[in-house]
Design a protein around this ligand. Structure first.
Ligand code: E4P
Length: 218
């Protein structure tokens, strides 16, 4: 399972990269705004800065919602760096654009996916990644993990190559459950990855090992 970090914060991206287990980054317009990154040039420079930190795929989302402008914006984003994956919303023109990008060899991430039918369509269009938002489904009393399981089954039935990128991951149990179901990738905050480190028996055990070593090596 690949680990992506879902942020536009360069310090957090560096911290995750230093841990040595990071496979990529996802961003979205809200995450860019949270970091105060505004204006086309600054946004492009920021994507390039992220690509300099990590070695894997970096999702950069288009703002356009009509076919011609999604293509224009997506091609500009893809030209920024070979790690850029063009993130396209799950709308009719988005699906058409994903087909176009896929034929041109440009990687895509179909975002804002909330149903198995949408995920099927994204795979048919040739998306590199599909992003079901599990946290946002949980937020409205719908089982986000069940959606991951449904998509896994459909993609396996037909050997679709589109990777299931479990998005809107909010905590560590989401990461573990997505791994059990067989999501190809998860994207979440740094805390969801760091939570995997934690176990009280590890802390107690280490404390005892160090104390015993100290007793015998005074
Ligand atoms: C996915 O690529 C999105 O950026 C993200 O995971 C959304 O997460 P949120 O629901 O926590 O905003």
């Amino acid at each position: 399972m690949k680990f992506f970090i879902d942020t536009a914060n360069l310090d957090q991206i560096k911290e995750a990269q230093d841990l040595g287990v990071l496979d990529g980054v996802t961003t979205n317009p809200s995450l860019m705004a949270k970091e105060g990154i505004t204006g086309e040039d600054n946004i492009k420079k920021h994507y390039q800065a992220i690509c300099e930190i990590v070695t894997g795929d970096v999702s950069a989302e288009v703002i356009a919602t009509d076919y011609d402008n999604i293509i224009k914006e997506g091609e500009e984003l893809a030209a920024l760096h070979d790690q850029i994956v063009v993130k396209v919303p799950m709308i009719k023109d988005g699906i058409k654009a994903i087909r176009y990008f896929s034929q041109k060899g440009i990687k895509t991430n179909c975002t804002l996916v909330f149903s198995a039918g949408q995920a099927l369509l994204a795979a048919k269009a040739g998306a590199t990644y599909v992003s079901p938002f599990i946290g946002r489904l949980d937020d409205i009393s719908t089982d986000g993990l069940n959606l991951i399981a449904e998509i896994r089954q459909i993609y396996d039935n037909y050997a679709f190559e589109t990777e299931i990128l479990a998005a809107s991951v909010r905590h560590t149990m989401h990461v573990i459950d997505c791994a059990k179901i067989g999501a190809d990738v998860m994207t979440g905050p740094l805390s969801s990855i760091e939570g995997l480190l934690k176990h009280p028996l590890t802390d107690i055990g280490l404390e005892k090992f160090l104390a015993d070593y100290k007793k015998g090596n005074q």
